[in-house]
Design a protein around this ligand. Structure first.
Ligand SMILES: NC(=O)C1=CN([C@@H]2O[C@H](COP(=O)(O)OP(=O)(O)OC[C@H]3O[C@@H](n4cnc5c(N)ncnc54)[C@H](O)[C@@H]3O)[C@@H](O)[C@H]2O)C=CC1
Ligand SMILES: CC(=O)C(=O)O
Ligand SMILES: [Mg+2]
Length: 625
């Protein structure tokens, strides 16, 4: 019945030969010092190396997964991927030598959730809540993710924007235990060996930052670790990437944040940022080390400041694929989806994107990435590149980008959006008066930039102004949902980077606040890349995903101003995104895994296949190895 094979860690791994085909995506992944496999069928007993594992009656919510571990006793309890708190079965207690080490009564996952949520509700501040959840993550992986998945709308703002911003600012003060990897300037020439300090051979997704632009909070250096941790928790909860196969990374190249650098509790190197060729050489070394150890892992560049973000993306995206920049490409994806869906809300077709006049406040990597992605969507509808770029008006803190603007920031993408027909430096208000934009985007990181005057001007020229303040965290949002609806008498179509609640107008009508955040795109991309072993991330994948996200809701909901499903539906959205990305990869010949026939025959078959690859936060069966 069982086949024993040898894993790359040199230990025995067990796979159930007869069902291997059915569960091929999930079979036998290394799991620290334990291994997992699956069995199917309704039998409540599993025969295993002469042992009979009997399942407890009260633990029938367990998954079919079988995890074989060499750990015993307290080391099982202290490994969050193995720990079940009060939920260890009688058999696990017996065989893993846990008798007496945990309270006698066994609890099902549901009861554990109740206890945790009660304690969570007693946490006073958002930072307390963040820390509480971090500690749970450190203690019990399944319990943490079950709670996150089941309460996603409530908890995502804690583990992700906006609260993750505060948690980064205070990282040095609240630090408790390590998670992920740090590669510092002082480790140069050691990266190739350091990567082997990470105990897992199969890493599917790496999120890496150098902490140079954390949300709109600036340079936070080594404090930025909570960003990759938070993003990866969304890959797991939002798209079922296995938590064991994720790796958060900070590249500590110093910080120019003097207050942090001089703080006695700061945990990064107290030195100025490495720049220029030396910086690029360090990133080259890191990419080479990571590719050597995990050649197939998806690398997500996150929160790199605009002076390096596009350069790094260009340098590595095709040579060292699969790799992408979240702030540029994934934000571009959700922005395109938001604009396309807003066209439906305004009673138009996706082809009408050609007629939009788009005003973007912010010309950093996110702003230009978003404009570039929307330009691609306009071109996809038949416009020439020049006609597409002509639809944009981009403003930074010096006003409208014109041909004579700041040469210090000159770059090829920025040049495409410079206007030669208008005076450089025009203010937001002047541009609105002159060109009567249909869409106003905020990627400036400047809270309150969309003043009452600006928003009212937008509402003067068009019936349904599209107002998307996409900056994070909430304090950096260019305006709030309430302001946008109040100042437009409820006519705005609204989406923001960080979540705002819906707004009830004086007449009782509810106006919908959408969240235009890249969380809608990167988890699904990760699922597709992992499940199909996609070798390169292309812009057309993001464009396809955007088209899909924009059409997930029926017309009657979109007409009310809802642009896409709420984040509580993220797992479903991710499957749709993954299916669209996967289809592009299949068409472009970029997949490295053979798919079952059913996945190739229809979109439903493909989605079913992708769904089957998703990790579910459920306790599997621990067996002694
Ligand atoms: N919603 C989402 O999914 C995402 C949101 N973002 C947010 O976008 C924002 C910008 O990110 P980056 O481009 O990487 O940062 P950045 O700092 O490179 O860019 C900010 C840009 O805003 C401009 N700016 C500053 N003051 C301005 C003003 N008064 N008026 C107009 N423009 C002004 C700057 O000149 C710069 O071009 C951040 O708040 C970030 O959190 C980023 C990625 C994803
Ligand atoms: C959401 C995100 O990636 C950012 O604000 O940087
Ligand atoms: Mg980011």
């Amino acid at each position: 019945m069982w086949n024993a094979t040898r894993s790359s860690l040199g230990c025995r791994r067990l796979v159930l030969g007869t069902v291997r085909k059915l569960v091929c995506g999930n079979v036998s992944r290394p799991f620290g010092s334990c291994f997992r496999t699956h069995f199917t069928g309704t039998s409540r007993a599993l025969q295993h190396e002469q042992q009979v594992v009997v399942m407890d009656d009260d633990l029938n919510e367990r998954s079919d997964e079988v995890l074989k571990t060499k750990h015993r006793g307290l080391s099982v309890i202290h490994d969050p991927s193995l720990n079940r708190g009060s939920g260890f079965s009688a058999d696990e207690r017996e065989r893993l030598l846990l008798r007496g080490l945990v309270p006698p009564r066994r609890h099902a996952l549901e009861q554990q959730i109740q206890r945790v949520m009660k304690t969570f509700s007693r946490q006073r501040t958002n930072l307390d809540k963040f820390q509480f959840l971090s500690m749970l993550m450190d203690r019990n992986t399944v319990l943490f993710y079950r709670i996150l998945v089941d309460n996603f709308e409530k908890l995502a703002p804690i583990v992700y924007t906006p609260v993750v911003g505060e948690a980064c600012q205070k990282f040095h003060a609240i630090y408790r235990r390590t998670r992920g990897m740090y590669f510092s300037v002082e480790d140069r020439a050691h990266f190739r060996t350091m990567v082997y300090n990470w105990p897992v051979d199969e890493v599917d997704v790496i999120v890496v930052t150098d902490g140079s632009r954390v949300l709109a909070l600036g340079d936070l250096g080594c404090n930025s670790m909570n960003i990759p941790i938070g993003k990866l928790s969304l890959y797991v909860s939002g798209a079922g990437i296995s938590p064991t196969n994720t790796l958060p990374v900070v590249l500590d190249v110093g910080t120019d944040n003097e207050a942090l650098r001089d703080h006695p509790l700061y945990l990064g190197l107290p030195r100025k940022r490495l720049r220029g060729d030396e910086y690029i050489r360090l990133i080259d070394e890191w990419i080479s080390a990571v590719r050597h150890r995990w050649p197939n892992a998806l690398i997500q560049f996150e929160d790199f400041s605009s002076d390096v973000a596009a350069t790094l993306l260009k340098r590595y995206r095709h040579k060292h694929a699969p790799l992408f920049n979240d702030d540029i490409q994934s934000t571009g994806c959700i922005a395109v989806a938001s604009v396309l869906s807003s066209l439906r809300a305004r009673g138009m077709q996706s082809a009408d994107i050609i007629g939009e006049r788009i005003l973007c406040a912010g010309a950093g990597s996110a702003g230009l990435g978003v404009c570039e992605a929307i330009a691609q969507a306009i071109e996809a509808e038949g416009a020439t590149p020049q006609d597409a770029y002509d639809r944009f008006y981009v403003v930074d803190e010096n006003g409208l980008l014109g041909t004579s603007t700041d040469s210090r920031r000159d770059c090829p993408t920025r040049r495409k959006f410079q206007r030669s027909d208008l005076a450089a430096g025009m203010s937001l208000g002047e541009v609105i008066d002159t060109v009567k934009p249909t869409v106003l985007l905020g990627l400036s990181g400047r809270g309150g930039l969309f003043t009452e005057e600006v928003v009212k001007k937008m509402a003067k020229h068009v019936d349904q102004p599209v107002i998307f303040p996409m900056s994070n965290p909430s304090t950096a949002s260019e305006c709030t949902a309430e302001q946008a609806f109040q100042w437009t008498s409820g006519r705005a179509i609204f989406a923001s980077g960080s979540p705002f609640g819906n707004v009830t107008m004086p007449d009782g009508e509810v106006k919908y606040s959408n969240q235009a955040n890249n969380v809608y795109s990167f988890p699904g991309l990760g699922l597709a890349v992992t499940a199909l072993r996609i070798s390169c991330v292309t812009d057309s994948m993001f464009l396809a995903a955007a088209g899909t996200i924009a059409t997930l809701l029926p017309d009657e909901q979109v007409k009310k101003g809802l642009l896409f499903p709420g984040v509580s539906k993220l797992r479903d959205v991710s499957v749709e995104v993954a299916a669209s990305v996967a289809q592009v990869a299949i068409n472009q010949g970029l997949t490295g895994k053979a798919l079952p026939e059913s996945a190739l025959q229809s979109r439903d078959g493909l989605k079913q296949f992708l769904r089957e690859q998703m990790w579910e936060p459920k306790y599997g069966h621990l067996v002694a190895g």
